[in-house]
Design a protein around this ligand. Structure first.
Ligand code: ADP
Length: 233
């Protein structure tokens, strides 16, 4: 079980000697097993919120807690254990282009603490989950955008994390590929994985009717269960 709780969290970046708030006074809790869409226009703070949730960055003000523990204060093995709670797909993509898919995923398996044999099994299983069995020998450049996103997802689920943090996983994909990915995420969620997903794909948000958190200028403008794109209650 893993719960993420943000209390009065603010994150600012200094640019040209001016502090710009990417997020301001955000308080929210994501319980284990929730499926959350994070929406808002470009620059609203979605990526920053995902990075804070995953402990990749720390806030200037407020606290981000994983199961009650302040992530900014975790050190050594506690920090490693917290990091392994999360599977992350970032906007930039994390695949190394000069390594094969298999090598990329083995690196992730090794970072998750798996030895070679267990790692190989995990790679096979993760590629099976995302519907791409047998692509270990391919290089990322040989894959379509949709296949690359699936491999990114395989990388994120390699150690069966409790929480998936997904930044624009569905950007620039065809409708049928988006549906396949959402079906897969729904399946993982049904089995207990928490999903927090930043997206612009309004039509899918409206069909799936999950929790919808809307950010406007770094603040939570809406947080609605079974919500639709644009709900601000
Ligand atoms: P979104 O994901 O909704 O597009 P971001 O979280 O990427 O929004 O950005 C929120 C705000 O923070 C934007 O104004 C952006 O320019 C700024 N920002 C994000 N990351 C950085 C950074 N590393 N350095 C400076 N400003 C940043």
């Amino acid at each position: 079980m893993a719960e993420i709780r943000l209390e009065h969290v603010s994150k600012r970046y200094i640019e040209e000697k001016r502090a710009n708030y990417a997020l301001q006074d955000v308080s929210l809790t994501v319980e284990q097993g929730e499926f959350v869409f994070l929406i808002g226009s470009s620059g609203a703070g979605k990526s920053t919120l995902l990075k804070l949730m995953g402990g990749e960055i720390v806030p200037e003000e407020g606290t981000v807690c994983l199961n009650g523990a302040n992530m900014a204060r975790l050190i050594g093995p506690w920090r490693v254990r917290a990091a392994r709670t999360f599977g992350v797909v970032s906007q930039q993509g994390l695949l190394i282009r000069k390594r094969t898919v298999g090598e990329n995923l083995m690196l992730a398996a090794s970072a998750a603490g798996m030895m070679r044999r267990k790692g190989r099994e995990a790679v096979k299983k993760a590629l099976g989950i995302v519907g791409l069995p047998g692509v270990e020998a391919c290089y990322p450049a040989e894959l379509s955008i949709g296949e690359s996103r699936r491999v990114e997802l395989a990388r994120a689920v390699i150690n069966s994390p409790s929480i998936l943090l997904l930044d624009e996983l569905t950007a620039n994909l065809d409708d049928d590929v988006i549906w396949d990915l959402l079906h897969l995420l729904t399946e993982l969620n049904t089995h207990g994985t928490t999903i927090v997903m930043a997206t612009h794909a309004s039509q899918y948000v409206n069909i799936l009717r999950r929790r919808v958190i809307t950010l406007v200028d770094g603040k939570v403008a809406g947080d609605v269960k079974n919500g639709k794109y644009g709900d601000l209650r």
